[in-house]
Design a protein. Structure first.
Length: 205
């Protein structure tokens, strides 16, 4: 009897351990802790492409920490700062944040992240996508439509189903045609990206 219970407990621990392993964040530096603040240098697999780069800070987006990305000065958080106000109708502000990786296992993959938008942030496009090079397709959220324009952090989620082993998944956050607004504040931020396998077939299933 005790041996049977011990075997059941051991099997449960192994199963939970396998599921926890599947929940590991597949992205490098999802919270941008390794990035150099005030720059476009990620020091990780992230790539941040911008315009208006006359110097590191005068760019349409940058990695940032401190009061610009946090409402709690005692606990500043890192993030990516999108600066639409550097653009005008002729020379708009544009920026793209990306990271890609090849997945070893097939199944469903979920991306979660945080975003906030200030009241006067103005751009034609600001959103996040998760795309697959194979049968998983893509998912997209329009943050101009779904992120409240009150400067508060909100969490969002995207899901790809039917991803095949070896598919390349790409995470993209994009601002297109940002322009200066008559009033402040007018910035937007993203942070805390996490990509996990939702349902990966168990060995032998």
């Amino acid at each position: 009897m005790y041996k049977r219970i011990s075997l059941l407990v051991s099997a449960l621990v192994l199963t939970l351990g396998a599921r926890q392993a599947h929940a590991q964040n597949l992205l490098q530096d999802g919270s941008f802790d390794a990035a150099t603040p005030g720059s476009q240098t990620s020091n990780s697999a992230w790539s941040l492409t911008v315009d208006f780069l006359t110097d590191a800070a005068y760019a349409s987006a940058q990695f940032q920490s401190g009061s610009y990305t946090s409402t709690d000065a005692a606990a500043p958080r890192h993030g990516v700062w999108f600066k639409s106000y550097l653009g005008d109708p002729v020379n708009t502000a544009n920026a793209t944040l990306t990271q890609w990786l090849a997945v070893a296992a097939g199944g469903d993959y979920r991306l979660t992240f945080d975003a906030k938008r200030e009241a006067n942030f103005a751009a034609a496009v600001w959103g996040v996508s998760l795309g697959s090079s194979g049968s998983g397709g893509s998912d997209w959220i329009d943050l101009l439509a779904f992120a409240p324009a009150d400067g508060s952090w909100n969490s969002f989620s995207l899901l790809l189903s039917g991803v095949a082993p070896g598919d390349i998944l790409t995470v993209t956050a994009q601002m297109t045609d940002g322009v200066l607004s008559p009033m402040n504040p007018q910035s937007a931020f993203v942070d805390n990206f996490e990509l996990v396998a939702q349902s990966v077939p168990e060995p032998g299933a």
